[in-house]
Design a protein around this ligand. Structure first.
Ligand SMILES: NC(=O)c1ccc[n+]([C@@H]2O[C@H](COP(=O)([O-])OP(=O)(O)OC[C@H]3O[C@@H](n4cnc5c(N)ncnc54)[C@H](O)[C@@H]3O)[C@@H](O)[C@H]2O)c1
Length: 367
């Protein structure tokens, strides 16, 4: 996969103790990369990084805060990464209403710090900054957002991701411009925007599938907010395959792949919250749900991404339907909660990554 570009490369991932960072670290280890992770501790209990044993020989685990620039300088200069994936963030919309300052410090200043540390580290050739589909100014319209639509964000989380995009764009224009690549610098910088990601090993708060699994595994009723809200649901390996493609392309051909990239499900795959819950219950085998009558903080109702750019320029396309993504996800949790004791969840997760790459699911993952 990815033309072997990751083999023996030193990769620094921020947020490796989180859901997406855990899967990305595992995938990169399978590709032969030497992975260094820089994060605070896992965001939940249980959590993916411990369940698959990332610290057992897969990742050099560094405990650190992206708000600490000096510590980042130290880590970058010691580890001398070739490629950086920045995922560390405060990723929750509802928490961002309670903790706006923490959200901006982590998501905006944290991004500045990671880019600054990368700028001062000669070994770095590619940086992939992970933001969100929520970075766009939401017009509540039915069309997907394109990479060149205006940034925005109604709530502190979404706006912090819009700000992180503006920071990335300023760094690209000022320090890593494609026009000056090979003369003033040798860094390709991209930002990647994906939607609501599902998959085994997420126990984040206020996330639909983890909320369903928490309730189903305890025989409780699922309580849902916004039953009609549309989100670009996709399996976690979908955006990660896009991030890995962008990273490999930046490494091989920096200036041509710098900038923003959307990764989302195909247009006909539009499911609302209630449909996702009903399918989770069907796959689990039993369970019930009811809408939560309480008033909730504002969240976007319609949110879709236009992924034409990734499809045409990267030959990336989603490999799973939402139904398949939910099957893989519920299968993972069922094994975790109900599988025979001693199931090796790392092996199981590796099996899901191998299966995702198989030709029956789409074109080869090459660049
Ligand atoms: N999960 C989704 O559906 C989704 C959707 C769109 C975008 N994203 C983005 O993807 C990235 C990863 O999300 P996730 O779902 O894996 O989140 P997560 O909560 O599972 O993981 C977050 C990670 O960031 C780390 N972190 C938090 N604050 C930190 C700090 N100050 N310093 C260092 N590390 C810190 C945590 O320790 C953890 O490793 C985030 O940038 C998020 O905004 C996620």
């Amino acid at each position: 996969m990815f033309n072997g570009i990751y083999e023996n490369k030193k990769i620094l991932i921020t947020g490796h103790t989180g859901f997406k960072g855990g899967w990305l670290s595992l995938w990169l280890s399978m590709l032969g990369a030497k992975v260094v992770g820089y994060s605070l501790g896992p965001p939940s209990e249980p959590n993916l990084s411990e369940v698959i044993g990332l610290q057992r020989g897969l990742v050099e685990d560094i405990h650190g805060d992206v708000r600490e620039l000096e510590k980042l300088y130290e880590v970058f200069s010691e580890c001398r990464p070739d490629i950086v994936f920045h995922l560390a963030a405060q990723p929750l919309v509802r928490l961002s209403y309670e903790e706006p300052a923490l959200t901006y410090e982590t998501n905006v200043i944290g991004t500045v710090n990671v880019l600054e540390a990368a700028r001062k580290t000669e070994s770095v050739r590619a940086i992939v900054n992970v933001t969100s589909d929520k970075c766009y100014e939401n017009q509540e319209w039915i069309w997907g957002y394109r990479e060149n639509d205006p940034m925005g964000g109604h709530d502190p989380y979404s706006s912090s991701k819009g700000c992180a995009e503006l920071v990335t764009s300023a760094y690209m224009n000022s320090f890593f411009s494609p026009e000056k690549y090979g003369k003033d610098h040798q860094v390709g910088l991209a930002s990647v925007r994906a939607g609501n990601v599902i998959g085994g090993g997420d126990w984040g708060e206020d996330r639909l599938v983890p909320d369903c699994v928490r309730a189903l595994s305890k025989g409780k009723e699922i309580v849902i907010r916004y039953p009609g809200a549309i989100r670009p649901w996709q399996h976690v390996l979908e955006p990660l395959s896009g991030y890995l493609l962008v990273g490999a392309k930046l490494w091989a051909d920096g200036p041509n792949y710098a900038g923003g990239w959307n990764f989302g499900p195909s247009d006909e795959e539009v499911w609302n919250v209630e449909e996702v819950v009903q399918e989770c219950i069907r796959l689990w085998g039993h369970g019930s749900y009811r809408p939560d009558p309480k008033k909730h903080v504002h969240e976007a109702y319609w949110l879709k991404l236009d992924c034409s750019k990734a499809r045409i320029d990267l030959q990336w396309e989603p490999r799973y339907t939402i139904k398949q993504a939910l099957e893989k996800t519920v299968e993972w949790y069922k094994i975790f909660y109900e599988g025979s004791k001693g199931t090796d969840m790392r092996k199981f997760a590796e099996g899901q990554i191998e299966s995702y790459g198989k030709p029956e699911h789409g074109p080869d993952l090459v660049c």
